[in-house]
Structures are given as C-alpha cells and as structure tokens.
Design a protein around this ligand. Sequence first.
Ligand code: DGJ
Length: 526
Amino acid sequence: MTIFRDRNGRPILPLGLQTHNSSTGVPEMLEREIAAVKHYGGNLLEAPVYWYRIEKEPGCYDYADADDLIRRCRMHGLHLILLWFGVNKNGHPNYAPEWVKTHPEIYAVAQGRDGGRVASMSPLCDATLEADSRAFAAFMAHLRQVDGEERTVIAVQVENEIGLANTDMDYRVEAQEIYRQPVPEKLRNIVLEDSGVTPWGDTWRSRFGRHAHEAFMAWAHAEFVEKMALAGKAEYDLPLMINVMLGEQGFEEAGLCYNSGAAVGRVLDIYKAAAPHIDLICPDMYVPDRLRYRRVCGRYARPDNPLFIPESPIGGVANALNMMEAFADYGCIGMACFGAGRAVDMQGNLLDESREMALSMRTVANLAPLILKYRGTGRIHALVQQEFMDKQYLRLDGYHVEAKFISATGSARWGMGSFLNPAAPENADIFTARGRALLIQTDAHEFYLAGCGVKVDFRRRPDPMAEDSFPLLASRQCGTLNFLSVEEGHFEGEEWVCDRVRNGDESNFELFSHRGQAVRIRLNPN
Ligand code: DGJ
C-alpha cells in the first residue's frame, strides 16, 4: 500500500527526524534540526504545530508557524509531516488554547475512579471534539491553499500519543452513561486477547471481559480521531496518521503502563474498525531489545496498516541495528528519530553519540528506490550482528550467502584496509563497527548491499533436483570470484549511477560496504 507520495504522485520513502516539542517558531533551533536531518541522509522533517498558537481566540486563526515550517522545508528540499498538537499530547491538553483549558465545565476533563479530575481531557465531550476538529479542519484548508500544489507536507499526524493518563477510564457520569449503552455494531466481531471471555451479548463487559474499560476508551479515542480525520479530509485529503505510546511495556495494563485508550497492539482492531479515515497507526518505537522490537513491528505491520515509525531513538546502537529488520522483514514504509536538536552541536555538527543512527539511516536512504520497489517481495534481507555473532547465513534463491561481521572475523589484508584509508577520521570504525546492512536481490544474479562492518560471500546454491552438485559447488566458478562487476554508486531517481568500480584486490578478497555506501554486485550466471 503506497501512502507517501511526492507532488508528482511518485512513491517516496520518508526518512528523517522529528524536532523537539518546543522548536516550532524558534528559527535557530529549527535550522539546527534541519542540519541534523541532512547528517542522517534524511529527506523528512516532522514538526508539531500548536493549537494554542493557531487559535489564541476562538475562531481567529494564525498559521505563521506552519507556513514557516513549510518554507524552510522547501528551501532545504525536505518533505514535511506536520503534527497537530491539539487537545491530547501524551494524555495532556498542554497544547490546547487557554480558552479551552480554563473552562472544564464546557471542555470536560476526564475523571478517575475516585471522582477527581485526571490530567487528560475526555474524548467523550462533544464541545471538545467540536472545537478541536473545527480548528483542525480550518488548518487543513489552509494547508491545501498554501501547499496543495507543492505538496511539501506529505502527511499530518492527528494529536500525539493519545490516551487517558492515570486512569483506566473516564468515570464522569456522562461517560458512564455511554459505557452502559450497547457496544457499537462495528466492534461486535472483535475479540481481545487475554480478555478472559468468549464474547457474547452487547455490553462492553460481556464482549471484552476484563479489558472492557480499555476497549471502551480505545473506541472513544478512535471515534474522536476519526471525526477529526473526517473534518480534516473534507478540506484537504492528505494521509493522516496517529502515533502510539506503546503498550508492549511488560505487563501491559492500561492506565498504569500506558495511557488508557491508546492504540496499543491489543486494541488495534478496535481502532481499525472505528477510525477507517486514519490511514496509519504508528508505533513510537522506543524499544531497544530485538524480540520486543520485532513483536511491535509484527503487530503494527498489517495489510490494512503499513508500518511507519514516526519516533525512535536518535542515537545509540539498538535502533541502528533493529531498524534494518523493520525495513527488511516488516515492509517499513518510512521512519523518523525523535529530537533532532540533540543530534548536533550548536554549530550543527553531528555529535558522536548520533553517528550510529545517522549511519544506519543513510544506509537505508542509499537504497531507497530499491526498498520502494522490492518491499514485501521477500528480496530485502537484513544482515545484523546480534550479540556474539560472527556471521550470518542467508539461503536465497540460487545462492548461499554468508555475511561475515568484520569486527569478529577481521578483514583481508588487501581488502578494506587497502581500499579505505583506516587513518582517516571518517573511517575510524571500519574494523570495529557493529555490523549491519541490507542486501537486496534485484535479479537472479544481481545484488545491492549497503551497510557497515559486514562482508558478504556468495556461493551458487544447486538446484534441489540436481543429480551431482558437488563438482560445481566446489569449483571456483561457483563462488563470489566469478563476478561480472562490483560497483560503488548511488541512485539518481531510479537510475543507478556508478561512482567507482572495484576490481582486483579491492573485490577479490571481500565484498563489503562501508559508511552505508551502496554497492552493486553482478555475479556471473555461467
Ligand atoms: C513521545 C512523544 O510523542 C514526543 O512528543 C516526545 O514527548 C517524546 N516522547 C519524548 O521522548
């Protein structure tokens, strides 16, 4: 499913960074954050706009912040995803106008079980929905007017990590009345895991068991963003998304581990049924360990919800490794890291702690046209040096591939060491980098590799029906040395441009990619 397109309707792979929460309207901050996107090889900036600045007085709108962001991104050749910080930012109404915040008798604040107000506004309040969606619709109309042609803005996020903080549901009398009504028809086929019931009847309890409160709040929030989406899309039909504070946090109890009603894995079906005009439900992926990372990817990457990761750590090794698997194994359609300003110093130079992530993002960016073409086909493979790994085997169509991680297995004397100057500062980690790469098979005998710390060896894989495969297998003909060409290069649009040909010492000992560079390998079929 293609969600992100440029102004000419061509599919794009958005990769980049999100600004900090308070950067919008602060030019020097934004310029540093844009500089950071460039270091990451990105093409995308994500930045919030604040309802309280857009509509200081009811019905009086000021779009200067959005206009400024659009202008800057255009100037720097970046795509932009605008984040509508409205009534719910991580379960708080921080970004709502004061005329909303100061009138809880009109714009209802949710109540906890003890009757006290919690931090969050209730999604079950018509006045709040009406005010937020009216402002959002006006904002979308403005976007169409100023950007409908250029299409710098490729998508808009509705609210931010929605959910109710500090309670499992809204215990206001008005909310409880709605809870006592029958479960909406469109949710009747949904069964929640670990709910302890075989669904029956039409009460929330009988259908969703011990997760009834969470299911109810998920439906309430989904309805809220669906109505926002309908109002917005009526003005300007852009892709709309919501981002999610993850539920996969251990024991997974709503209101304790995460805000209740958030679109966590458990209630995704409720969201999909109740909010069909939200195009993407996106996990904010602050998950270092691989197993949990893959579990989250597996839950959100669905035929009706391609995986887009709008937030992830800006530095560190874990995200730099895991993201390879998001693109290879889960058809990830784009990704951003959070907190662009933190990646660079005051002069806009990349900080050391950001290097790993920047390198991984550049790796993916360098293969973007192929990722767009081959995602979901099984031809994109992640090579990732997990702890203690020295090599990784891939069984591919027609080839055994052995990826060797250089930090564990070393590099041939005449391989990388002769080709790259190990003394140059940018090559400081050529022998020590934690290996990760993408390998894409584009034809029976053609591969593209990008990454670092990995070298690959190919051996023809005999046809399973072959009578006597050993002589061929053992022959020189069958191995990596039997290549036609090895080229370093880059893509211009969909065209491969060769920058340098490797041969002799520079290709005969190891086929590697360093610093995320793309390498095209054509093996000899004969
Ligand atoms: C997730 C939120 O969505 C972001 O806006 C930001 O607050 C980050 N957390 C901070 O780590």
